[in-house]
Design a protein around this ligand. Structure first.
Ligand code: PMV
Length: 320
């Protein structure tokens, strides 16, 4: 796209965390993957109204950028790009935002919306240097702080790179390794329908860690070891082991108190219907769980069982 383009469009995917949520905040490795069929989209058009507008019909939003407060996530995404491009006066454009990713469900909707706005605006301004996965991820991270407080950085990374990601939060630079999947992995994703606040769940884990550091260090270490083994299993196509590790990881997340009766009953229902493994995905307390299935027949059985157990909705995503 160049500065004469009338319309600029960019999208970013939703995501699931396969292994290591919460422990990742404390420097243990985690694995996340994109859900490419669920996307956030930003479309930029020239506006004749001498202002930059952000319009998000699904969120009932139609605002001038200059009127929005510093902690508005959509405005912050746009401002990140303008600041990085050293542009003081926003261009006269309308940024339309839409998303198919459910909000507050652990599927990375906030990160995907921010990444789509950032990429589209960088394209509109003809700034390829701000369109690299690395830059989009870093700018999205700044927006994620509004949603999460102290995000590990895994969400912005996986939505910007749109590949399975091995992620370790560390200084001076996070370890980010896109990696290959030996055998396609079929996941059923089920929504409890219970909204979950990442900030609250992360804060509760922090308080418990501070009260019982030895116990929580053990829990985080166990999750880190699971992620380590799981990466090898994914790279070698050992799907039975991947499933077992998911279920094991769920057990540790229960010990962190981030599961919920709804998540537990969906995990149990998926396993009883034959899933190879199941766990909550994301911050927990509500939001989504994921189940690994071997084939379409198993997928149908598991999806049916999940609906009977109260899932609000289910979808299937294949990671390859
Ligand atoms: O935003 P969610 O629900 O996908 O949770 C993010 C994962 C956590 O590990 C719980 C938090 C973080 O910043 O890594």
């Amino acid at each position: 796209m160049n500065k004469f383009s009338a319309v600029t469009e960019a999208t970013a995917p939703g995501k699931i965390i396969l292994f290591g949520e919460h422990a990742v905040v404390y420097g243990r490795p985690a694995i996340a993957a994109p859900i490419s069929q669920l996307r956030a989209k930003a479309i930029i058009t020239y506006s004749s109204s001498n202002a930059c507008y952000i319009v998000a019909p699904d969120l009932n939003r139609h605002d001038r950028l200059q009127d929005l407060p510093p902690d508005d996530a959509l405005a912050l995404a746009a401002r990140q790009v303008l600041d990085a491009a050293h542009i003081a006066q926003p261009p006269d454009v309308t940024i339309y935002v839409s998303s198919q990713i459910p909000i507050a469900s652990g599927m990375g909707s906030g990160a995907a919306i921010a990444a789509a706005i950032i990429r589209a605006l960088a394209m509109h301004l003809n700034r390829p240097d701000l369109q690299t996965n690395e830059r989009v991820s870093a700018l999205t991270y700044e927006v994620e702080k509004i949603h999460h407080g102290t995000p590990s950085g895994i969400d912005n990374t996986v939505v910007a790179y749109e590949q399975p990601i091995w992620f370790v939060r560390q200084l001076p630079q996070n370890q980010i390794e896109p990696f290959t999947v030996a055998t396609p992995l079929r996941f059923v994703v089920a929504d409890t329908g219970v909204p979950s606040s990442t900030k609250i769940a992360v804060g509760d884990v922090r308080r418990q860690y501070e009260a019982q550091p030895a116990t929580f260090t053990e829990i985080f270490d166990a999750c880190g070891r699971i992620a380590q083994t799981a990466r090898l299993a994914i790279e070698t196509g050992n799907i039975t082991q991947i499933g077992q590790l998911m279920t094991e990881n769920h057990g540790w997340l229960q010990k962190m108190t981030v599961s919920s009766p709804e998540l537990d009953s969906l995990v149990e229902a998926a396993l009883a219907a034959g899933a190879l493994g199941a766990k909550l995905s994301g911050a927990g307390r509500g939001g989504n769980m994921i189940a690994l299935v071997a084939d379409e027949a198993m997928e149908t059985a598991v999806r049916t069982a999940l609906h009977h157990a109260g899932a609000r909705s289910t979808l299937t995503t294949i990671l390859q």
